[in-house]
Design a protein around this ligand. Sequence first.
Ligand SMILES: Cc1ncc(C[n+]2csc(CCOP(=O)(O)OP(=O)(O)O)c2C)c(N)n1
Length: 554
Amino acid sequence: MRTGGRILVDQLALQGAGAAYLVPGESFLAVLDALFDTNAVRTIVCRHEGGAAMMAEAAGRLTGRPGIAFVTRAPGATNAASGVYVAAQGQTPMILFVGLPPRARAHLTAFQDFDLAGLYGGMAKHVEIASAAACLPETVSRAYAIALNGRPGPVVIGLPEDVLSETADVRDTPYIEAARSEPSQAAMDEIAALLAAAEQPIVIVGGPNWSAAAQEAVQAFASAFDLSVAAAFRAQDYLDNRHPSYCGHIGINMDERLATAIRAADLILVIGAPLDEIGTAGWTVIASPVPAQRIIHVHPGGTNPRDGVRVAQQIVSSSEGFALALASLKPPGVKRWRTFRRDLRAAFERSQRPLPTPGTVQFAKVVRMVSEQMPELAIIASGAGNYSQFVHRYTSYKTYPSSLAPASGSMGYGLPAAIAAKIEYPERTVIAFAGDGCFMMTAQELATAVQYDLPIVLIIADNGMYGTIRMHQEKTYPGRVSGTSLVNPDFAHMARSFGAWGVTVTETGEFEAAFANALAFEGPAVIVLKLDPNAITPGTTLEAFRKIGSARKG
Ligand SMILES: Cc1ncc(C[n+]2csc(CCOP(=O)(O)OP(=O)(O)O)c2C)c(N)n1
């Protein structure tokens, strides 16, 4: 006989969950008690459920297995939504367990009572409340199967307190593998024929189920066919950016040359990437509902009808299954698109050269320096804000996985994601970038990084404002600054008060030594960059946006 809590934790260990990211609640004491006895599932105590859920999402993204978070009843469950949303948008396998009042009180207004399905129904892939301890192995394995298969995503499981404390005699269920899926020979033959007839084909990679093997297979295919490959928004590590086929990323701050090339392409092979608003730069490079280009879309769940693009051909396959099948295609003798590929690659390489910005700290140069100095297997995390445009433009991602960034554009993601990366891959160098606004959304998790002695480096781009919104404000309401200025603490001092190492950089030349010291420090290290607020994007100043706004207003 085991308690429900133990049955649940045993099942998680059997499924290979390395860590449970949690904020405790009296509703799941039996789970905490079972975690006390196991080394298989590491307990990571967090400071906010949003941070815990983001850590679980990042763990899911990195490992390809559902990341696990535990939170309590309504106050914990509502806080966790920010991380569950990142998983929903990112198609990341994740399971959020929520402690609930005992079953007998399910229909009464219990303390911290709420409607779990009502809260998460529109966000999670599946919501369910465990009915009995004896059912937990089946419930957990179902959660794994749903999170992993088809379009991966977050699953939310409610755990009534008495389900966890009652005992049952029940067998564990076996390890759940994601269903294997590969393209048919007929589909591959059709692709071969379409490629043979194409003038300017392009490949776009992104979405779920990527792997180091998929990266290698697509690179070999791109080399053999001399094709251009673009990455979807925040999927820049899907290809080694040094590969001659890699030509940049789609979405925010997309290079204009790449946008023009995608519009001009006659055939687009999309492997896994979403064809939604951000995946198509607001449907400007691929039109909705009927695109000008012929599109072949590969996805384990088929093309999402809600993305708004009707493609010529859908292939239901995992990205890895499809990528490996590409080896069967014979490249043509003449590659008519060679110059197209070379031009795009040259434009991408030009875009990586730092453009000067106002101020004494050149953020572009700092990001290039980090990119050049980080080891091949380093992981770079970031959240959302204009600072991330610099990170995405000037970092050269090499191996997969080396990037953690929310496709949802959720602020606060970088620090918790970096914590999860260091927990999951202790041997890798982990660096997080955050804006001053972004950092403060999950700043309390710095205590988590200190508690677990995690040597991560956090680089804060401090410009004293919610810069992205200020940029839009200047474009639309020039000179009328409202709700976007920030008065910040001394972040380096704050980091030191947490027990981390902290330093402030006010000149580009100071960064190199600060970075070396941060990397050498045995715990979390924080470098604060004092940025000129006018340095708002890699190519345009805030003043320029104000002028655009003023001209528009006449
Ligand atoms: C959780 C969340 N809240 C609000 C927003 C809207 N938003 C997008 S960027 C941004 C400002 C980011 O500021 P900061 O992190 O300081 O970076 P900066 O743009 O100044 O570089 C805001 C408020 C968001 N994307 N996510």
